[in-house]
Structures are given as C-alpha cells and as structure tokens.
Write a protein that binds this ligand. Structure first.
Ligand code: SAM
Length: 258
C-alpha cells in the first residue's frame, strides 16, 4: 500500500462492506465518472459491474499503480487531473454520466458546486463526504442542519443520505464521521431561473442570523406585510421554511421590486 498523502485528502476506504454497498448502486451499460480513485478501492467493484469507468485522479504517483492494476479492463480510462478545474463539458458526448467518489474533504463542497453548473450531463452523483456536509446537503426544513446550502441544493436536486460511515472504515482513519449521499438533479429547478437572483438574495438574508425571525432578517429586502402577502408568517425562522415558501418570497420580491 502506498503512503497516504494528507495534502490530497487521502483516506483510503478499507471496509469491504461499505465498498460493496456503494458499488451495488451501479450496474453495467452506464458511464461512470469516478473522482479520486486513490488506490482503486471503489474502482475495482465499479469496473466489475461492466460499466465504463472514467477516473480522475490528481496525485501523479497513483497513476502508474492504477494503470497497472486495471490494465486488463477495457472499460477503464484514467486521467490525471484536478477535478476542481476539470472541463466536464469535454465529456458531454458520453453523457448521461453517473458520478461517484470518496471525496477529499476540502474538495467536496467546491466540487459539488461546480457540478451544479453541469447538471444536464449528470444522471446522479454518489459521494462520500464528511458527515456534517452530507447532513447539510440532505437536510429538510425543520432539521437541525437545515440552512442555505440545503435550500440551494434542494432547489436543483433531490438528495438522500444513504450510508453513515465511521472513521475505522478508512486508512488512515479521519477524525470525523462520513456519509454517502445520492444527489439526483431535478428535471427543472423548483425556483424558475428568472427568479434566481431574488431567491439567492432572500435565502442568504433569511439565514443570516439563525435565531432571528424572517421579519428581522428580511428587513430592508421585503416588508413584513409583503411576507404576509406571500402567504408566510413573518414570525417564523428561516429554518422551518421549505423550498416552495422560499420560492413564494422570491416571486413576491421579483414582482414588487422597484
Ligand atoms: N477512492 C479512494 C478510496 O475510496 O479509497 C480514495 C479516496 S481519498 C478520500 C480521495 C482521493 O482523491 C485521493 O486519491 C486523492 O489523491 C484524490 N484527489 C484529491 N484532490 C483531488 C482533486 N482535486 N481532483 C481529483 N482527485 C483528487
């Protein structure tokens, strides 16, 4: 086994049960894009499903190891690249893509946000993430972890927390728990694109101070009467509002803006 590199966020998956649970989400006749194959813990099982696997790995030292290990698979392609700068549109001919990866913790959130710009190419994504991030991305209105990230994600995708994974499943073991989530793009965002600016402004302001009510957090953006007119109680906190209620506020803001 090669030494794990901290700067690449390398925590290699060693628990076969977790590997199998992730791999069982896939079947042949699909194009899978694996981010960060590492030493191939997931890649082997993914290739055995018969799917075509394109893997993007940043660490140059792992490239020969991966190429040797999977040389006999015709359905394997490896690219040495940084997923954060990768041109995903270059793969549009291979779409629809299913993405999968045990993501380095510092890469996960910026990568997922980049991928939100490429949703038409993507059927779904299965990512292993730090548990806190997984919880925020999958939270529903009223959950403790529900916030800006949850609302913005829910507008574009359905998200499900699939598997909770303890530190011992990795070598070296990280300090935090992890979880695998599925992100499936919606056919259409819930908030129509022409309301995106209003929506993002309202979501950001509404969660600016979690313990404050909408009436207070939205001061200067939308009046108390306007909140009521949009059908929402201004005495509520943002954390209980679902995506449709944020959409109603965005609509109201858009049609009543100066
Ligand atoms: N998939 C392997 C596993 O489960 O054992 C490795 C997972 S490890 C948490 C993350 C992998 O992503 C490492 O192999 C690391 O080198 C790679 N990596 C880190 N930053 C990356 C980036 N920006 N683009 C592509 N790969 C990256």
């Amino acid at each position: 086994m090669v030494r794990a590199r901290k700067r690449f966020g390398q925590n290699f998956l060693v628990d076969e049960t977790v590997v199998q649970r992730i791999v069982s989400r896939f079947a042949g006749e699909q194009t899978l894009l694996e981010i960060g194959p590492g030493q191939g813990a997931l890649t082997a099982g993914l290739l055995d499903t018969g799917a075509s696997v394109i893997a993007i790995e940043l660490d140059r030292d792992l490239i020969p190891l991966l190429n040797n290990k999977f040389a006999h698979y015709k359905n394997f392609q490896l690219q040495q690249a940084d997923a954060l700068n990768f041109d995903f549109t270059a793969l549009s001919q291979l779409a629809p893509l299913r993405l999968v990866g045990n993501l380095p913790y510092n890469v996960a959130t910026p990568l997922i946000f980049r991928l939100l710009d490429h949703l038409p190419l993507i059927t779904d994504m299965h990512f292993m993430l730090q548990w806190e991030v997984a919880a925020r991305l999958t939270a529903r209105a009223g959950d403790n972890n529900y916030g800006q990230l949850s609302v913005v994600m829910h507008n574009l995708c359905n998200t499900t927390l699939l598997i909770e994974v303890p530190p011992q499943a990795f070598n070296p073991a990280p300090k935090v728990n992890s979880a695998v989530i599925q992100i499936s793009p919606r056919e259409m965002p819930i908030v129509p694109p022409e309301l995106t600016t209003d929506f993002l402004l309202i979501v950001k302001a509404a969660f600016a101070q979690r313990r404050k009510t909408l009436r207070n957090n939205l001061k200067g953006i939308i009046t108390e009467n306007a909140i009521i007119d949009a059908g929402i109680n201004p005495g509520l906190r943002a954390e209980v509002l679902d995506i449709n209620e944020f959409r109603a506020l965005a609509e109201y803001h858009n049609t009543h803006a100066d």
